[in-house]
Design a protein. Structure first.
Length: 284
């Protein structure tokens, strides 16, 4: 396939690229990028004025549900959905049935995804069966191809267990990813705790259920040389402040935010529309 994409807004931070320009594609591969490309009339061109072109995106938090939950999603359908949305790489979470906590299962999954249409990476459990009680064989999982450590959906409550996870992960160069929610505080709440939860009579979730976990985790991470801590789906101002402060102190920490937490607030719940019910909840 030979094609020229014209007048697109080209954005690529890695290449320090932010310009209006053209892209030449030959035999399905990008051949040239410049402000203006002259081409023969035999080559099809598409005017992309007003459109933005970026490199393939990477989603580092997906649930392809294999093994054990393929009635929801599977490796093939998930990869096809990712490609359709412009994502050329994804990181699968390990909260499957059984959980991805051993090298044999991980190798099987990796072997089954080698020829997929997008790059599929796998995170693995920090603790066996995501119970927070006994460490998974982190070093062996790293050798088998894991790229991150997490008990996704199940926060690690025991600080000593978490410290040991950081220690083993740092030896492997793997980030520790944490679902930051103290469920003893969130206590089956369904929306952000505040004025709207009071007005609607719905049980609220205090932001402290998130920030208390993040504050503790950052301190533990800071005492382990080479450890890197990544915070999943940040949802409140306090978490952002903790992240910023930790980075200023030199702690190796990053975070992610879901799109809906940028554009929705708890006010969307005023009419009891369950489309706005999520965990973690949108803040005020």
């Amino acid at each position: 396939m030979n094609l020229v994409l014209k007048n697109a807004h080209l954005v690529s931070p890695v290449d320090n690229l932010d310009m209006i320009g053209d892209i030449l594609i030959e035999n399905g591969l990008i051949k040239d990028i410049r402000s203006s490309i002259k081409h023969s009339k035999s080559i099809e061109s598409i005017d992309l004025k007003g459109k933005t072109v970026v490199p393939g995106l990477y989603d580092m938090h997906v649930h392809f549900r294999e093994p054990g939950q393929t009635h929801k999603e599977n490796l093939i359908s998930g990869a096809e959905a990712a490609a359709n949305g412009g994502f050329t790489g994804v990181l699968c979470m390990p909260n499957t049935t059984p959980a991805i906590d051993n090298p044999v299962l991980l190798r099987d999954l990796i072997n089954r995804t080698r020829s997929n249409i997008v790059d599929i990476d796998f995170s693995v459990c920090a603790t066996k069966s995501r119970k927070g009680e006994e460490l998974s064989p982190i070093l062996s999982l790293n050798e088998a191809g894991a790229v991150a450590i997490t008990d996704d959906g199940s926060p690690i409550y025991d600080p000593e267990i978490l410290r040991r996870v950081f220690e083993y992960a740092s030896q492997s160069g793997l980030p520790v990813i944490q679902h930051c929610e103290d469920m003893r505080i969130s206590n089956k709440g369904v929306m952000n705790e505040g004025l709207i939860s009071t007005v609607t009579g719905m049980r609220g979730i205090p932001s402290a259920s998130e920030t208390s976990v993040i504050a503790r985790d950052i301190e533990i991470c800071s005492f382990v040389n080479g450890a890197h801590y990544h915070i999943q789906h940040i949802s409140c101002r306090g978490s952002v402040r903790l992240l910023r402060s930790a980075k200023e102190r030199g702690v190796s920490v990053t975070g992610e935010v879901c799109p809906h937490h940028f554009i929705l607030t708890d006010k969307n719940c005023i009419d009891y529309d369950t489309n706005y019910k999520m965990n973690p909840p949108s803040e005020e």
